[in-house]
Design a binder for this molecule. Structure first.
Ligand code: NAD
Length: 337
């Protein structure tokens, strides 16, 4: 087992979720999970008081927050109650949000059960919900006391969700770590087969990258913005299509890299490498979405400030660059898509 700390949050990679009792306080424990995860891990979740929410991105909203709060009250939760979110990014985001606002805040931890949650969503303290079609429009910065990342849990994860998780791992490599990029290329077969040792190593590396970036820039004033590589377009696609988070980010990274070449920031050779790795992990690079919907969505992006937006370009494999671009330029670039 490996341990890493991000802003007071302890991340355990390779720890069994069944060992959670080691990390729980002597208090009422309430587990929050979704229907899918509950179906697979009922035997474990039923050991605790639990609240099961509907599955999927569409449930990351106010009505689910209200449903959870009602259930917490029925379960007589109080300020000493400890919440555990067991699930993918939807469950960890909403659990972290509810824990931060219920009775002005209760303690919480996560069992991250999707690859995407293990390498990204459960880490770094962002907990948010969507509002109408706008991604993560309402949220807080707050860290869980622990995150358990057990690769065994990924054996029940649908293949498409595994690929989605690799979308974020590839992002981490592209913006920060050339060596990890090479490792991902060389070991893609083992990784897609979920070979335990290789996978745990990559999860560990990806967490390390996020930990470093987040610790350098907790409130996203500078370096942390690089983690949004592929997310400007990615979020617009995710909330207006049935693409998973990682698939939408893959299209966003492809497009941001293509734009980086157009602007003379990235070489054609490195752009070919980006396309190659997305193909190896069977991630999409295309989408069909009405440009009007896309543009109107982007005009409300959180990264917008005044008439400009912070956009993450790729400089080379392993290095990104954030630049403020006028919204007009972004809209024109989208029209050329
Ligand atoms: N807070 C952050 O910093 C951050 C970062 C990246 C992404 N996110 C958010 O994370 C969300 C995406 O996360 P996700 O891809 O994990 O989505 P998700 O939570 O919807 O999980 C994907 C699917 O896998 C299922 N699942 C999860 N674990 C499983 C398991 N072990 N076995 C079987 N099925 C399992 C879920 O029920 C769901 O159907 C998005 O809402 C995104 O905005 C947040």
């Amino acid at each position: 087992m490996r341990k890493i700390e991000i802003e007071g949050s302890k991340i355990y990679v390779g720890e069994s979720y069944q060992n959670i009792t080691k990390y729980l306080p002597d208090a009422q424990i309430i587990m929050i999970s979704d229907m899918n995860v509950y179906t697979h891990y009922k035997h474990f979740i039923d050991k605790y008081d639990n609240i099961i929410i509907p599955t999927g991105e569409k449930s990351k909203n106010w009505s689910t927050v209200a449903l959870i709060v009602e259930e917490l009250l029925k379960l007589k939760a109080d300020r000493n109650t400890f919440l555990v979110g067991m699930g993918g990014g939807v469950v960890t985001d909403i659990t972290g949000f509810v824990a931060s606002v219920f009775m002005r805040g209760v303690r919480f931890g996560f069992i991250a059960s999707s690859l995407l949650a293990q390498v990204d969503a459960s880490l770094g303290g962002k907990n948010g919900i969507n509002f109408h079609t706008f991604k993560n429009m309402i949220g807080v910065f707050n860290t869980p006391e622990f995150v358990i990342c057990d690769a065994e849990l990924l054996k029940t994860l649908p293949k498409r969700e595994v690929q989605s998780g690799f979308g974020e791992i590839i992002k981490h490599a592209l913006i920060k770590d050339h060596e990890l990029f090479v490792y991902l290329k060389e070991n893609y077969k083992l990784l897609l087969e979920l070979e335990n040792r290789t996978l745990e190593f990559v999860i560990w590396k990806a967490i390390g990258i996020k930990a470093l970036v987040v610790s350098n820039d907790w409130l996203e004033k500078g370096e942390r913005k690089q983690l949004n590589f592929g997310h400007t377009l990615g979020h617009a696609i995710e909330n207006n299509s049935d693409y998973t988070h990682g698939e939408a980010v893959a299209v966003g990274m492809y497009w941001a890299s293509k734009w980086s070449v157009e602007k003379g920031i990235l070489s054609e050779t490195d752009f070919a490498e980006v396309q190659h790795i997305l193909k190896l992990y069977r991630l999409p690079i295309n989408f069909s979405l009405d440009k009007y919907i896309l543009t109107s969505y982007l005009l409300k992006d959180k990264k917008k400030h005044g008439s400009a937006i912070d956009f993450v370009f790729l400089k080379e494999i392993g290095a990104a660059q954030v630049m403020s671009v006028p919204m007009e330029e972004l809209v024109r670039a989208i029209e050329r898509l």
